[in-house]
Ligand binder design. Structure first.
Ligand SMILES: Cc1cc2nc3c(=O)[nH]c(=O)nc-3n(C[C@H](O)[C@H](O)[C@H](O)COP(=O)(O)OP(=O)(O)OC[C@H]3O[C@@H](n4cnc5c(N)ncnc54)[C@H](O)[C@@H]3O)c2cc1C
Length: 396
């Protein structure tokens, strides 16, 4: 009987796992079924969800999977049982159980939503395409004149969402936009390191974004937010960007997870202590260069996916698996119409900022992280090779 590799998730890690498994099948001339299960028919370029125009941020999964013979099922994964090697999903209105010989778990992450009164009902976010579209539609309906948007969370996502906001509001006809970026930390952007913080502050200042460090939101409602201590911030939208957690189904695996809910994997991406299950992307964690833990990012999720898919096929075929090691780390942060910021290394040394860094960011967001979109079978298989790309280009 044909063996099956089941890939859960069609994001950066899942799509590239399935493509890499298809490549390995071709290279080794093996008889393998590769099945990808995702809740939508789309590969979402999730990192672009803070942008104003989301029209080109979804790639039809079939346009990449069909040319290389990967089957796709649309459905919502509801449980995983490693004992019987099955995953259950709701698909076509029915509950289906799907067996696997090797599994790649790649259901990604979700925005962390603390139980703050009103947040679930009134908060906006840019975590998914649907949520980002909802925010953009809300902004488009705001009355012209003065409008305030409060972005909560001064990490990378919050900074990008806030930096893009004045232009979004102006494009919606709001003459006097007010954007506030708030965080628990006293200094916005402090996670980005000593060299980057002054650049972020300069950009936010130039964009007219108010920084509110050292605040905690106590409640959210239709008219804004109330802070711990009682201060009120009136806002037409509160955009929640405060952290990500691994998909809750990571708890289906009988292993201890880290503080972000991620599964421990070895450098081949196999879940530690399990025989047939791999994990990649935001649901998995290991020291990516032997020392530093991998980061919830497409920067790490894509190569993790390629290695997980390749290794799942190799494991099944009795071939040696390849360990993943990435010796470089970069952060390229979009700072709206001001430009961007490019840092290198775990200590985040400043490489470039402003328009030069923005060129790098645009190349990443619009080209580098997309799968081939020509439908060319060989180009898709070649792109899925278990290799690590060189760092993003620096413009001099
Ligand atoms: C606004 C924003 C900006 C970001 N900027 C950057 C950046 O600049 N650089 C960077 O490296 N990273 C960035 N990230 C992080 C990056 O998007 C994630 O780390 C990355 O998407 C993780 O890839 P993944 O494949 O693990 O998960 P995802 O991309 O989230 O994919 C998970 C897939 O699983 C599907 N799925 C989920 N649940 C189910 C279910 N129950 N059943 C079936 N399917 C399901 C989803 O639809 C999705 O297709 C950003 C994230 C956001 C939100």
């Amino acid at each position: 009987m044909t063996s099956r590799i089941l890939v859960l998730g069609g994001g950066f890690a899942g799509l590239w796992s399935a493509l890499a498994a298809a490549r390995a099948r071709e290279v080794f001339g093996a008889d393998l079924e590769i099945l990808l299960l995702n809740d939508t028919p789309w590969h979402s370029i999730r990192v672009r969800n803070y942008e104003a125009d989301l029209s080109d941020t979804r790639v039809a999964l079939d346009s990449v999977l069909t040319p290389v013979g990967v089957r796709r099922l649309q459905g919502k994964v509801t449980s995983i049982d490693v004992t019987s090697r099955t995953a259950a999903c709701e698909a076509n209105g029915a509950l289906q159980r799907i067996g696997y010989d090797r599994l790649v778990f790649a259901l990604g992450s979700r925005l962390a939503r603390p139980p703050i009164p009103g947040l679930a009902e009134y908060g906006f976010d840019v975590d998914t395409y649907e949520a980002a579209m909802r925010l953009n539609a809300h902004i488009a309906k705001l009355p012209s004149g003065a409008s305030t948007v409060l972005v909560v969370g001064g990490g990378l996502t919050g900074i990008e969402a806030a930096a893009e906001m004045p232009a979004k509001l102006r494009a919606a006809g709001i003459a006097a936009p007010r954007v506030i970026l708030a965080d628990h930390a006293p200094r916005i952007g402090s996670d980005m390191g000593d060299e980057a913080v002054p650049v972020i502050e300069e950009a936010l200042q130039a964009l007219g974004i108010e920084r509110r460090g050292g605040v905690s939101v106590a409640a959210v409602d239709a008219g804004g937010a109330t802070l711990q201590g009682g201060e009120r911030i009136e806002a037409e939208a509160v955009v929640w960007c405060a952290g990500m957690r691994a998909h809750p189904l990571a708890s289906a695996f009988p292993v201890e997870r880290d503080r972000l809910g991620r599964l421990p994997v070895d450098p081949t991406l196999k879940i530690r202590g399990l025989a047939a299950e791999f994990a990649a992307g935001d649901v998995a964690s290991f020291p990516i260069d032997g020392t530093h833990g991998c980061v919830m990012s497409c920067q790490h999720g894509r190569p993790m996916g390629r290695f997980a898919g390749h290794n799942a096929a190799c494991d099944l075929l009795g071939r040696p698996m390849l360990p993943l090691s990435i010796t470089w780390y970069t952060t390229i942060l979009d700072l709206g119409s001001w430009g961007a910021l490019y840092t290198e290394g775990w200590e985040r040394k400043l490489v470039s900022s402003g328009a030069r860094a923005k060129r790098t960011k645009e190349l990443i967001n619009r080209e580098r992280i997309y799968p081939p979109r020509t439908g060319d079978r060989q180009a898709i298989l070649d792109a899925a090779a278990p290799t690590v790309q060189t760092p993003p280009v620096k413009f001099g």
